[in-house]
Write a protein that binds this ligand. Sequence first.
Ligand code: FES
Ligand code: FE2
Length: 423
Amino acid sequence: MPSPISPEIWPARDYSRVPYRLYHDAALYEEEQKKIFRGPVWFVLGFEAEVPNVGDYRATQIGDTPVVFSRNEDGTVRAFVNRCAHRGAEVVRYPSGNAKDFTCIYHAWCYKLDGDLVGVPFRRGANGAGGMPKEFNLKDHNLTKIRVRIWKGIVFGTYAAEGEVEDLETYLGPLMCEHVGDLMRKPIKILGYQRQRVAANWKLYHENIRDAYHGSLLHEFNRTFGMSRLTQVAGGYMDDKHRHSILFQYAGSDSDEVARAAYAENGVQRGDYMTLNDYGITRHFVENKLGISTRIISVFPNIFFHQIYNTLAMRQLRTLGPGEFELVWTLFGYEDDTPELTQHRLNQANMVGPAGLISMEDGEALEMVQRSTQPDTDKAGVVEMGGIGEIRSLDTRAQEVTIRGFWAYYSQLMGLEPAGAQR
Ligand code: FES
Ligand SMILES: [Fe+2]
């Protein structure tokens, strides 16, 4: 079923109106899988540190396609679609583990760690009858391979052949190379995983991650304890294509008095009803040379990194249909962290993660949007904070221009740019 959505869907060519239909259309969702998640992009499979030994593997999902990456006998990391070449069963059934080979449980076809088919039971038949035709060649039935590149310990993959997608560093651009590179500046240690299901369209999460405006309004804890306030030195930057983004800020660059006055003037200072018995959770040990206290980074199309004070995580977005997605959080620290610092990172991760105050609130907000927009998909939301027209990086969080940037790049990839579109 082709999507009925065309470039005319956009009420404004600077993406300052976002039609609600884009969050609900099932045919559009199918096209996104093809043009984005299986398109000319580099997606992130995981960290190299998750598969340190030969045979280590992790099952994951790119868009809605199940994939696996593993450490091959030659020490390289390989990746393939987790779908048996025989009848299509998932070959790898556990989220992670160590294997000598991968054997499908349905009819026991056996694949090597790199996805090559090496065994088909009863290939010659039984008791002289049946079996595969003579022409059947194992080599024609390997698992679908994904091209892999490792960059600073991150496992990237693409379905695109060389020449169909930029090389990885060009794809990431200087902004991502600087900030993601800084988070990956030394060997990491995996601290654990969290998962969060949200009953909302996956693009609402991209909007949320790029939504500089809401950080201290929805997240009252952030504002109360000075982790994120619109009165702080902050910004929202994008690369030239607006493909990736970073929201950043410097805690401590405003004062409680200035912040309180600004929020009171705007009618959103709700009093100081929140207190903490232990302020340890809000402590920040400056680790990066820039002194940034929070960085929320979006690497198109499926990964978000955060550094919120001392908690570090990669959040992987897995689509589950037009109205649902899952986030898989990989919490990490560094190999040379002290036990105390590891504990501190984990405490702060609890505060931020799905069971804490911040991501739980985001999930709830997005589900509210999904529910209330469903009956009126011909209407559109407003994205004007920070100005309309030109899409550019700004040194403030009182803006939503980065959200318009997402839609500009999305529309380019999807072939949905309106005539005279703002890029
Ligand atoms: S579906 Fe995998 S062996 Fe038959
Ligand atoms: Fe948020």
